[in-house]
Write a new protein. Structure first.
Ligand SMILES: *Cc1c(COP(=O)(O)O)cnc(C)c1O
Length: 460
């Protein structure tokens, strides 16, 4: 039996060379606290009789493990092996290299966020983004806020506070994580005027609903569901025609903004901001971190006079973007100016654009490495999803590496999740599936190491 007196005091642990080497970075407080936590655990084990001997080296290694976790923090690189390109739990869009660098630079030093370097005078943080967004969407003006939810609330507030906004019943969506159109509308202070039926809304329904209290007509893209069968939606052109006749702006909540024709990579039915603008929407709203492939942000592009009203709303201040977001977004939008560059540099677009043959080759590359390490698996055809509140039904053909069945795929998946880097995979019928579409080239080696290190004993 071990006795409590055999446990070393904290000050003795602090001079252990491996622990001492972390004092500079983490500070005495944090290191001592970790020592005390581990000691408390050992003390309990001794009292309960589950620890028979005090192994100083094991104790030290447990402390080092704890300190290591503190060094890493909660947020860490996660290898996305699910094939879901826009995975909201994994931060949606990974940034282009240039965009990530811009965010880093903006964060690390001072920058001319609201300063015109030519004149030395104050300027708007929105100007550089406004210019790019106008170029890309064809809008007269634009502004950027924290996300599309903020863009929606702000726009409704600025254009329709205390007045009615007409929306089709078929478009009263919930995006998940508390974005529900009726609640968003209530939060904004605008009054929702629902028209039509779930599956059918005609232009006449909108017209009948318009009265002296109406401030706008609104179209909401049904991003994450589709109504099938006997359905009818009113087109943007029809809404704009009605809006023009009655002098009402049409607000377009597009959700995801696909600047380049998404059908070119096999995705149909996604809203294109420049199309809404061309069709005459007064403003179109879309996210920065969906198909645009940039940082979390919400774009508002449209008529100059309306953008000015939106920017003057006091709520604008509460939802304005920070410098790192704006810097990353500026670079992302610049990359979009050339579709070829966008496809090459913006991860979301290049992942979605991969051909089936490219995906087969990538999966085969992983397969070869696993074979060389003796890990059994199959290479099979499958399909992936885009995710992130977009394109619910679009199945993208893909190739996957399917790991062996051991009856406890959940256990293996957990070992993968808690490793460094973390690995997130899909599980289907108790098999782990690895889709390399969403795995960066530089992550393939670490992925192989993680799979080998965590594999169940019997498949070793
Ligand atoms: C995703 C989405 C939103 C919310 O966008 P966030 O940028 O996540 O706030 C709003 N409206 C629609 C139609 C969407 O698809």
């Amino acid at each position: 039996m071990a006795s409590l007196r055999e446990l070393p005091p904290v000050h003795k642990l602090l001079v252990e060379p491996r622990i001492a080497s972390l004092l500079y970075e983490l500070g005495q407080q944090v290191v001592s606290e970790s020592c005390r936590d581990v000691l408390a655990h050992w003390r309990q084990g001794i009292q309960e009789g589950t620890i028979a001997t005090v192994d100083f080296d094991l104790l030290t290694r447990q402390i080092l493990l704890k300190l290591n976790q503190k060094q890493i923090g909660h947020f860490r690189e996660t290898i996305n092996a699910t094939g879901i390109v826009l995975h909201t739990n994994l931060g949606r869009a990974p940034l282009a290299e240039a965009a990530a660098k811009a965010a880093y630079e903006a964060g690390r030093h001072y920058l001319n966020l609201e300063l015109d370097l030519d004149t030395g005078e104050r300027s708007s943080r929105q100007n550089p983004l406004r210019k790019l967004l106008c170029q890309l969407t064809g809008a007269e003006s634009a502004t950027v806020v924290n996300n599309c939810a903020a863009a929606t609330i702000l726009t409704l507030r600025a254009l329709a506070l205390g007045r009615e906004v007409v929306v089709s019943r078929g478009q009263l969506i919930e995006i998940g994580g508390s974005f529900r159109m009726p609640e968003i509308m209530a939060t904004s202070g605008a009054i929702l005027k629902e028209v039509g039926a779930t599956n059918i809304t005609r232009i006449g329904d909108y017209e009948k609903a318009v009265g002296p209290q109406t401030a706008a007509l609104m179209r909401v893209h049904t991003s994450n569901f589709r109504i099938k069968g006997f359905t009818q939606e009113t087109s943007m052109e029809e809404l704009v025609e009605l809006g023009n006749r009655l002098q009402l702006p049409v607000i377009d909540d597009a959700g995801s903004g696909a600047i380049h024709d998404p059908t070119s990579y096999g995705l149909a039915g996604e809203p294109i901001p420049q199309e809404a603008i061309r069709q005459g929407a007064a403003v179109t709203l879309f996210s920065g971190d969906k198909l645009l492939g940039g940082p979390q942000a919400g774009m508002i592009a449209g008529k100059k006079e309306l953008i000015q009203r939106i920017e003057k709303d006091p709520f604008m201040r509460a939802v304005r973007c920070d410098k790192m977001t704006l810097a990353a977004l500026e670079r992302t939008l610049q990359l979009h100016l050339d579709p070829e560059v966008a496809r090459r540099e913006i991860p979301v677009i290049s992942m979605l654009s991969k051909t089936k043959e490219e995906l087969r080759q990538k999966a085969a590359g992983l397969s070869e490495k696993l074979m060389a390490r003796g890990l059994q698996h199959d290479l099979v055809e499958d399909h992936a999803f885009v995710g992130g509140g977009t394109l619910p039904e679009e199945k993208l053909p893909t190739w996957i590496v399917r790991l062996p069945q051991d009856g406890a795929a959940g256990e293996w998946a957990k070992r993968l999740r808690i490793g460094t880097p973390a690995v997130l995979a899909r599980i289907e019928r108790d098999r782990i599936l690895i889709d390399t579409r969403t795995v960066f080239d530089e992550q393939i080696e670490p992925l192989v190491e993680a799979l080998i290190a965590t594999r169940p004993k019997e498949s070793a």
